[in-house]
Design a protein around this ligand. Structure first.
Ligand SMILES: Nc1ncnc2c1ncn2[C@@H]1O[C@H](COP(=O)(O)OP(=O)(O)O)[C@@H](O)[C@H]1O
Ligand SMILES: [Mg+2]
Length: 393
């Protein structure tokens, strides 16, 4: 009896929290823009042929959609018709659905919190339009807080976490076959990989720059929340922890009263973990940790076994991963060592990170491409000269 009453009280509190949080999200500046999509199609579960699980997160489950049967008669649902006709692309599923994990082991409070985060995610996804942000494709009802609510989005092929493992395996193979004849080819392979990684890093930074320019922060940037679609384009997803930097929350010195600990250790910025006011620079910290993991292809702090140890050594003690010597362009080294500074005001903006990466990519690779082109042109010129001489002869 007592337990029941307690549960009811908790549920009442969270219902109030939910509407307050959703209203607040609705007032975010991004919703004032024309980009918010109002005509998203609605789907019922019996219209969907649901396939395998693609991933399970802290609160959500993502499954592939193998087929869509459009039961709707309305003409407004042209998009739905189109989606149902193009559900597969060369035999691969194009769409995925996300719904909330049923909370067997979760407390009432955790379930309610999960439902709110899920509704917040959908609200933001409706308004976000960027080539490196996952696209929302459809909704499973009008009530975002309903326990059975789900949404449809583009299906991703793998996450950055998985891609890092693939890169690691292939560079270990390259290392093994190094020496003699293979030397040149292994240097070339390493350069191709470095370029690819810097391009991925640029795409993630550009998506974050877009969010920050709209006064939004993601708050959970990490390799598990970045993926690659069928064209191998980068997409960031999982906006359940996203937050709008509303003027009412303004504290001082460009910081905001967002004293909710959110995100994942060890990607979490010290000011967030320490419950201090923070701003969009918390994403810059997470980004720097993710960047290191991607470049070095190793786990962050594998020797720390508990959250407490990470808190003591990384958050309070200022410990950071070691940047390998001359592994990346020096401007990128400097940028990353600033991006994980303990004080957020000493970190670069996402815009500065984009500029540094763009310049590094241009200097390191475009010039190399141009040099190669020049050499190719020269050799083809000399061939043409030889042919011309032969004709003369
Ligand atoms: N669009 C997608 N296509 C394929 N897999 C996905 C997609 N979105 C998420 N996933 C997989 O599902 C996992 C959980 O999704 P996520 O949105 O991160 O949920 P949570 O909010 O619970 O962390 C991801 O880590 C990823 O492996
Ligand atoms: Mg996630």
């Amino acid at each position: 009896m007592v337990a029941n009453n307690k549960t009811k009280v908790r549920a009442r509190i969270t219902a109030k929290d939910a509407s307050k949080i959703l209203n607040e999200v609705g007032n975010a500046p991004i919703f004032k823009e024309e980009t918010t999509r109002k005509n998203l199609p609605f789907f019922t579960k019996d219209e969907l042929l649901i396939g395998d699980i693609l991933g399970v997160g802290s609160s959500g489950v993502v499954k592939e959609i193998k087929n869509i049967e459009n039961h709707s008669k309305k003409s407004i649902d042209d998009t739905k018709e189109l989606m149902s006709r193009n559900c597969l692309r060369h035999g691969n599923c194009r769409y995925a659905m996300k719904y909330l994990r049923n909370g067997d082991n979760l407390s009432e409070r955790e379930i309610a919190r999960g439902r709110i985060d899920f509704a917040v995610e959908v609200k933001y996804l409706k308004a976000l339009t960027h080539p490196s942000i996952i696209k929302l494709r459809g909704l499973g009802g009008k009530d975002l807080l309903h326990p059975n609510f789900f949404f449809l989005m583009d299906r991703l092929q793998c996450t950055l976490e998985e891609r890092i493992q693939e890169w690691k395996t292939s560079s270990e193979k390259t290392k093994e076959s190094r020496g003699g004849l293979f030397r040149k080819s292994s240097v070339r392979k390493n350069n191709i990989l470095l370029r690819k990684k810097l391009e991925v890093a640029y795409d993630v930074a550009s998506a974050c720059e877009y969010l920050h320019s709209h006064k939004l922060i993601h708050r959970d940037i990490k390799p598990e929340n970045v993926g690659f679609d069928i064209r191998d384009d980068v997409k960031i997803f999982d906006f359940g922890l996203a937050k709008s930097l509303h003027p009412d929350l303004h504290a001082r010195n460009g910081l905001y009263n967002l004293t909710v600990i959110t995100g994942s250790l060890p990607y979490m910025a010290p000011e967030v973990a320490k419950k201090q006011p923070y701003n969009e620079k918390c994403d810059v910290f997470s980004y720097a940790m993710m960047f290191w993991e991607m470049m070095v292809m190793k786990e962050l702090f594998p020797y720390f076994k508990t959250r407490h140890e990470i808190y003591q050594k990384v958050i309070l003690g200022g410990l950071r991963p070691r940047i390998p010597l001359r592994a990346w362009p020096s401007t990128v080294d400097t940028m990353i060592s600033k991006a994980w500074k303990p004080s957020s005001k000493n970190r670069p903006t996402m815009n500065q990170i984009c500029n540094t990466l763009r310049t590094a990519l241009k200097n390191e690779f475009d010039e190399a491409d141009n040099r190669n082109k020049l050499l190719r042109n020269r050799s083809s010129q000399s061939l043409e000269c030889l042919i011309a001489q032969e004709i003369e002869l």
